[in-house]
Structures are given as C-alpha cells and as structure tokens.
Ligand binder design. Structure first.
Ligand SMILES: [Zn+2]
Ligand SMILES: [Zn+2]
Length: 318
C-alpha cells in the first residue's frame, strides 16, 4: 500500500509497504481523511524514536473486522491509545496511561498516513451521519483540548489565558470559551486572530496582557519559549497547564515556581466521546482551522506546509 514512512528522522513517501494484518480483536480501516499535527512534526525531529507510518488523527471506514463484523462498512474515528487492559493503570481506570500501550502512529503501532491501518475494535467510535469528515478528523486533538477541563476546575470567574493559537491552541480556546470564563488568547498570526474572533474569543498580543494576573494559563505554543510567557502571565498560586510536547528539554527556574506556589499540570490525551458530542452539536467548530488538503501521494508537501509558521490544519486524503 501507499503511505508515508518515518525512519531515522527522515520522512518518505512509499508505494510498497505491506498492508497491515489486523491481530485478534482488531479491525482493518481504510483512511478517508487524516490530520497532520505538531506531534507528527516533532516525531520527525526525534521527539520519540519511532519507525513506521505516522499519523493519529483520522476518519476511516471499517474495511474488515473479523471478530466484530457488525462494524464493517461503518465510518469511524479510532482512539489514539490502545491499552492492554490488564496492567495496574488499566485496572485503575487510566487506560490512556497504560504502561504497555501502543499509540497510533507514535509508539508501537503504524498510523494513519496510509491507505490502510489496523486498530483494536475496542478503540473505535462510530460517527453520527450528520458529522462531516472534516469536523470528525478533529476528534483526537479536540479530546486532547478537553483534557484541560477534565483536569482543572474552570468557572465563569476564572481568568484564563491560552498562549499559542495554532492547531491545538485554537481548540483549547474553543473548549475554554464554553465555560464562560474570562478568556484571552495570545496569537501571533493574523489568520489565527481572525479565526478566534470569528468564534467570539478575544485574541491579544503578548504586550496587551498584564503580568501575574491570570488564574489559569494553558501553554500550547509547541515551543519551549512558550513556557516563559505563560509563567509571567500567571498569578501566585495559579495553574499552568502544559499541552506542548517537543523534542529537546527546557530550562526552568523551579524555585520561582515554588515561591509563587504554582500548580503545574501536564496534559496530553483526552476523552473522545465528549469531543465527538461537542462536534456533533456544533458547540465546537474546528473546520475553520482547515488550511490545506493534500493527497497521500503529496504527503511530503503536506508536511512542509504544516511546518510553515502559523500554519493551521493540513489534511491528507487517500
Ligand atoms: Zn495530534
Ligand atoms: Zn495496560
């Protein structure tokens, strides 16, 4: 089959990779639409050592599901994490933290930038008829944005700031806006600002914000530099949510965090069910983020597009 292939930090377009063979309990999916995410770009830079097909944001049709034929032909979104179901984390109800999980297109499992992919049947979410592929393809990053609300108590009186208005920052902003909190989003690019305004969300520049005034800052820049700004905006005893993952490490003055009694919250994957429900009801509309569509064969160009400063969502079609 045709796919994008990542090996040793180099991405290539290949016509000759064997089709995946679904293991027991797995389904074979045919990709309909896949999104390029910052994690894919960071994987290529060596964020994690991964060899195989990247891609974890996907809408697909179930091609075959030998153990669950009722799924065949259905339009689905698969969860990104495939948990073992037996380890202490799984038994404690934390399957997304399963110690022996595979992660679609990131760790131990080939991903979605391919004609076909194999995933556990248990990871499938059926899509309602009225939900378009171009909205549903955001289920995974929207779930990750929703994780902030799973972790932090946000009320209408919370003064929240999102630092970074790229792919994930936009979704985090839309999710926070649902709470009625006071919200400002630091956005560098005009297109990002326009998109925020179109959703009734205040877009600001760094210098517009008072230092040490926010109760909650979500860092979603995808760059180590975002941390400093996020930190400066936070009041003592505030909460700093970190959404960015990137290759390399960050130098942090931890003593200052101690003195200001800052709560640091790492935040990764979130719940798919609520994400799909918000999309279906139109309470979150990510389709304005779609910036370009490429065919799988032009996948390398799609990656280059996604690395442009301020680029929003780039999609791949089979
Ligand atoms: Zn992602
Ligand atoms: Zn497990």
């Amino acid at each position: 089959m045709r796919c994008l292939w990542l090996e040793g930090g180099a991405l290539s377009s290949r016509p000759d990779v064997p089709e995946p063979r679904p293991a027991a309990g797995e389904a074979l999916l045919r990709m309909r639409l896949a999104g390029v995410c910052a994690t894919d770009l960071e994987l290529r830079r060596g964020y994690l050592p991964f060899t195989g097909v990247p891609g974890h944001e996907v809408v697909a049709t179930v091609e075959a599901a030998p153990s669950a034929p009722e799924w065949e032909g259905r339009r689905v979104v698969p969860e990104i994490n495939a948990p073992c179901g037996a380890c202490p984390e799984c038994r404690a109800g934390l399957p997304r933290h399963c110690r022996s999980r595979s992660v679609l297109g990131i760790a131990g499992r080939d991903g979605a930038f391919a004609e076909l992919l194999a995933v556990p049947v248990a990871s499938l979410h059926p899509l309602p008829e009225g939900l378009a592929d171009e909205a549903a393809v955001f289920a995974e990053p929207l779930a990750a944005a929703l994780e902030v609300l799973e972790q932090v108590h946000v009320t209408p009186s919370t003064r929240a700031v999102v630092v970074g208005a790229g792919r994930l920052g936009q979704l985090v902003a839309q999710v926070l806006a649902l709470t009625g909190c006071s919200l400002a989003v630091v956005a560098r690019h005009e297109r990002q600002r326009a998109l925020l305004r179109s959703r009734g969300i205040e877009a600001v520049e760094e210098q517009d914000l008072a230092p040490r005034a926010a109760d909650l800052v979500v860092e979603a820049t995808g760059h180590p530099s975002g941390f400093d700004l996020a930190r400066r905006l936070l009041r003592p005893r505030g909460t700093l949510v970190l959404k960015s993952t990137y290759a390399g490490s960050l130098e942090v003055d931890l003593s200052a965090l101690v003195v200001d009694e800052i709560t640091l919250v790492g935040s990764r994957c979130g719940p798919f069910g609520p994400a799909l429900s918000l999309l279906e009801r139109g309470l979150v509309d990510p389709t304005g983020l779609v910036e370009a569509r490429y065919s799988l064969d032009a996948g390398l160009a799609a990656f280059e597009h996604a690395t442009r400063p301020g680029a929003l969502k780039v999609l791949l079609r089979p």
